[in-house]
Design a protein around this ligand. Structure first.
Ligand code: IMP
Ligand code: MG
Length: 194
């Protein structure tokens, strides 16, 4: 295997067997990530942006995107825990790990793996906005437009997804499938909604 290339889906054995359909191949994802990186590099020329991500789902996308950005850039992460299901629906989250970097006056690009209802992101953006960054924009690899409950301006978007649960490239089902380099739908017999 060449550096920078990926194993074929069959190589992932029982994980790949749980997938009913591949929506985006590793190559398609990498090509889209490169295009986003080019756009970001152009737009943020000369202003040393800081990319902010929420663990854990975003880490493969963040790692790939970061390396397609050709201007000086910093990166930092937050970690959150959703409250119980009653409050989760309101988008309340608890910060388990905050940023290490003060962002006042900085150009912040919030990097997200998938925006579903948008509730979590809406909460986090309000939290970050309160710290008075110079700019605060959003880059999301995936968006599920049909599921959106709150409007969020997404400056850089990778792909739109159908209203279905997907896994791979950082996205998990019960903590598995994050290591797949492609994104696909789970077979119904594997996926049991809570
Ligand atoms: P939101 O508050 O509904 O936008 O929640 C978004 C979060 O839900 C994402 O950051 C993911 O962690 C998770 N999520 C949403 N859709 C999917 C999916 O299809 N697969 C895996 N995780 C998902
Ligand atoms: Mg996430």
């Amino acid at each position: 295997m060449k550096m920078g290339s990926y194993f074929p889906p069959e190589a992932y054995g029982e994980l790949a067997e749980g997938i009913s359909q591949i929506l985006f191949s590793a190559d398609e994802i990498q090509a889209r990530v490169q295009a986003l990186g080019r756009e970001i590099s152009h737009d943020y020329e000369g202003c040393r942006p800081i990319l902010v991500g929420v663990l854990k789902g975003v880490f493969p996308f963040m790692a790939d995107l970061l390396r397609t950005i050709t201007v000086p850039v910093e990166v930092d992460f937050m970690a959150i825990a959703s409250y119980n299901s009653d409050t989760r629906d309101l988008g309340f989250v608890r910060l388990e790990k905050d940023l290490n970097t003060p962002i006042e006056g900085r150009h912040v690009l919030f990097v997200e793996d998938v925006i579903d209802t948008g509730l979590t992101l809406n909460y986090l953006l309000r939290n970050l906005q309160a710290r008075n960054p110079a700019t605060l924009k959003v880059c999301s690899l995936f968006c599920k437009p049909q599921r959106r409950l709150v409007q969020i301006p997404v400056r850089y978007r990778g792909f739109d997804l159908p209203d279905k649960f997907v896994v791979g490239y950082g996205l998990d089902y019960r903590e598995l499938y994050r290591n797949l380099p492609f994104v696909g739908l789970l077979k119904p017999e594997v996926f049991q909604p809570d």
